[in-house]
Design a protein around this ligand. Structure first.
Ligand code: ZN
Length: 262
């Protein structure tokens, strides 16, 4: 039996592929010293627990952070990040660490490393995932206590990731706007910190429409992130409402560190 794919979906997928390709190409020619956002999800205990590109061991996480600092890369806080988005050429060799969805492992495995090295980080929290269990990995999502504790640390920047972890393309414009605004308000109320950054769930053009990106620009955020590879220097192409991020997985860390003999 053949599966029918609608022409519209086919077009969106193709658009995503080309968009991705251009971002990667721009990244390559614009130099790797451009400011960038690194993206993580689950920071697991052992190599056996690495089930996909969205999981990395705590050893690799620590190795990567140390490697970045050792080679003179400068971590950014919220204010520096906003300036780097506006004037990327002034912020060469700067990076920001981001996490999506928020597994409890961010608190147990990544947070101690970030704290020890004084590295600021953004957690893009989805309220409906708090205290839940990820059905595929069976790993726990962040507990309300751990979230509160991290939020109390000046290193921790709170970002929104929608009220629920759904593809925004499937929402009506009104539903999308509501999720963007409500997640910001909800997190600010619960955690007592300003929420200025947003990351789209899934974060590819397949799940995020042009209208979604435009809607985000009217929801009182400073900027928004996608999940597509590239640097922050590519704002003129991606707009500051769908900024690229670099997915850091085991392969990325191994290649990077080996290249530089770490
Ligand atoms: Zn997500």
């Amino acid at each position: 039996m053949s599966i029918m794919i609608s022409p519209k979906l086919r077009l969106i997928r193709e658009h995503n592929r080309i968009y991705r390709y251009i971002l990667k190409w721009l990244w390559r020619i614009q130099g790797k010293d451009a400011p960038r956002a690194y993206m993580f999800h689950n920071v697991v205990d052992t190599p056996e627990q690495v089930y996909s590109q969205f999981a990395i061991t705590k050893e690799s996480f620590e190795r990567f952070i140390r490697y970045e600092l050792q080679r003179g890369q400068k971590p950014m806080d919220a204010e520096t990040l906003k300036k780097a988005v506006d004037t990327p050429d002034v912020y060469k060799n700067h990076f920001v660490v981001t996490f999506d969805d928020i597994y409890d492992s961010v608190y147990t495995n990544a947070y101690p490393v970030l704290k020890a090295n004084k590295v600021p980080f953004i957690i893009f929290v989805t309220p409906s995932l708090i205290d839940a269990v990820d059905p595929s990995s069976k790993h726990s999502m962040i507990t309300p206590e751990h979230l509160k504790e991290m939020a109390g640390d000046p290193l921790c920047i709170i970002g929104a990731h929608g009220m629920e972890h759904k593809s925004f393309r499937n929402y009506s414009e009104e539903e999308a706007r509501r999720s963007m605004k409500e997640s910001k308000r909800w997190l600010e109320g619960k955690l007592g910190k300003r929420v200025e950054f947003f990351a789209f769930p899934f974060g590819r053009r397949v799940e995020v429409s042009r209208t979604n990106i435009k809607t985000l620009s009217r929801c009182d955020y400073s900027c928004g992130f996608s999940a597509l590879d590239g640097s922050l220097k590519q704002k003129w192409f991606s707009t500051c409402w769908f900024l690229p991020r670099i997915l850091v997985d085991e392969k990325f860390v191994n290649e990077r560190c080996k290249e530089n003999g770490v």
